[in-house]
Design a binder for this molecule. Structure first.
Ligand code: 5GP
Ligand code: ZN
Length: 119
């Protein structure tokens, strides 16, 4: 998509602090972080929002969640915990019309708060 900033980042046309990338996804630091750690995970495919998903995106979305879990492990926030947010539409706070999952983490915590069964 022309004029989509996240498509431009995924093609390397606009710089970003990339934390992960493969053929289908790219994850990079949010330019205006709303948490001590704020990463955006996006599919390289231009999908506007959750509202625009179709059946053919099933596998892609499954991969996106597993990848996000791996990124959380890599940046060592899995145990302390983190938030995952999709803003959908203007009323939901979405500003960039390219599907992205916010991974927010890094707040102060005295100790890891384990949930039974959590890896
Ligand atoms: P939204 O409100 O659409 O869910 O979130 C868009 C996010 O993208 C915001 O948190 C904003 O700070 C971030 N953002 C917008 N433009 C850029 C950019 O050019 N580079 C990076 N790294 N983040 C961006
Ligand atoms: Zn795009």
């Amino acid at each position: 998509m022309e004029n989509c900033i996240f498509c431009k980042i995924s093609k390397g046309e606009v710089p970003a602090e990339i934390v992960y990338q493969d053929d289908e996804f790219i994850a990079f630091k949010d330019i205006k972080p709303k948490a001590p750690i704020h990463i955006l995970v996006i599919p390289k495919k231009h999908i506007i929002s959750i509202n625009h998903l179709s059946q053919e995106d099933k596998e892609l979305m499954g991969k996106m969640f597993l990848l996000t879990k791996e990124i959380a492990e890599k940046i060592k926030v899995s145990k302390k915990g983190y938030k995952l947010v999709f803003n959908v539409g203007r009323g939901g706070g979405q500003v960039i019309d390219h599907l992205h999952l916010h991974l927010l983490a890094g707040w102060e915590s005295t100790k890891d708060r384990d949930i039974p069964g959590m890896p």
